[in-house]
Write a protein that binds this ligand. Structure first.
Ligand code: ADP
Ligand code: MG
Length: 339
């Protein structure tokens, strides 16, 4: 058994700026394992960004197209456990022998080996053997090799010997594509504005995006309704309030509209209605201050304004708060009630 999960493929791995290098190196390896310059391939990045998916896609591709290759996927923790057991049962030679006959070795999350001297030493030997025999080695880590504290220098330098590629947070375009593809795979159709809203609002990682989609589907079937903007807003609000009480753009808009006695829709519309201009600028200012959203995303939530409009609003409000104590107090009060 290769311990690969067949669900992780290149077909359902969305390519974007955030993963392009790693994906193309992975795809090149999938076609020519062991013989490209990418040996080892080290993929690193934060949680939920697709490391496990990508390296398993490489493994699955080879397994399916190259049946005589022995592909093995193993987490670094499992490797360590097997290693310790082999010592306990006096079978270290078998353990080493087994790993040395693998054609494509995929080790996930090597950061767990920090400080584990014996494991590192053993892997070092296996690595050298496989690498010398032109066998493919693929690894993942939650940080760059140079930042792996507690990892022997000689091992760190082996990690950097081939290609190191990082996966970063998916950009808006990639998030949109991921949401679309995941929904499509579930056979669900939702309006584009809902997808747009989700892609703008969730800018952490892919795992979180998937979590929201699952919740949305659950909510929709529970309440026997379509996934529309309303349901999306409510679901997101509940999820975020449950997790870490982050301030959302929806709450900011509600609070600001309420304070200035205008309709939330006026804040969010393209309208140049005079009474909405100033509250809208304040709401944008608060959104920049209290959320992680980019200027572009903030603009989107206020009637699709561009980022220069948002910059202008932020500048205007910070200038006014410096010269007008009354307005400063209002802004502080709004901020206080949001936190
Ligand atoms: P990591 O190993 O970096 O923590 P995973 O590979 O487990 O992340 O990815 C988390 C989830 O997000 C998985 O369900 C995976 O299928 C999905 N995912 C990540 N990146 C992508 C992508 N580019 N396209 C499609 N799904 C992705
Ligand atoms: Mg992983």
């Amino acid at each position: 058994d290769s311990y690969l999960n067949p669900a992780y493929t290149f077909d359902n791995f969305i390519e974007g700026d955030c993963n392009r290098l790693g994906r193309s190196a992975g795809f090149a390896i999938a076609q020519n394992p062991g013989t490209t310059a990418f040996n080892p391939l080290m993929i690193y990045g934060g949680v939920g960004l697709g490391k496990t998916h990508l390296v398993q896609a490489v493994g699955n591709y080879i397994k399916n197209n190259n049946q005589d290759k022995f592909v093995l996927y193993v987490s670094s923790e499992k490797f360590t456990t097997q290693f310790i057991n082999s010592i306990r049962t006096d079978s270290l030679r078998d353990f080493m022998g087994f790993y040395m006959q693998v054609d494509v070795l995929i080790i996930d999350d090597v950061q767990f080996w920090a400080g584990k001297e014996k494991t590192q030493e053993t892997f070092f030997h296996i690595f050298n053997h496989l690498h010398g025999a032109k066998k493919q080695i693929i690894m993942t880590s939650d940080r760059a090799p140079r930042d792996l504290q507690g990892m022997q220098d000689r091992l760190q330098s082996r990690f950097k010997q081939g290609l190191t590629a990082d996966l970063t947070q998916p950009d808006l375009e990639t998030r949109t594509a991921i949401i679309q593809k995941k929904l499509l795979a579930e056979g669900i159709f939702i309006e584009h504005n809902v997808i747009e809203y989700l892609a703008h609002s969730i800018n952490t990682n892919v795992r979180e995006l998937e979590g929201v989609i699952v919740s949305l589907m659950a909510q929709a079937s529970l309440n026997r309704r379509e996934i529309d903007l309303d349901l999306a807003r409510n679901t997101l609000r509940n999820l975020i309030i449950d997790s870490d009480k982050e301030v959302t753009i929806d709450t900011i808009q509600d609070v600001v509209a309420d304070h200035f006695k205008i309709a939330v829709s006026d804040l969010k519309s393209k309208s140049r209605k005079k009474e909405a201009v100033f509250p809208r600028q304040i709401a944008m200012f608060l959104a920049k201050d209290l959320t992680e959203l980019s200027l572009k995303s903030i603009g989107y939530h206020f009637g699709g304004r561009d980022h220069s409009t948002v910059i202008h609003a932020i500048q205007t409000i910070s200038d006014i708060t410096n010269t007008n104590p009354q307005i400063r107090e209002t802004v502080e009060k709004l901020k206080g009630s949001l936190k």
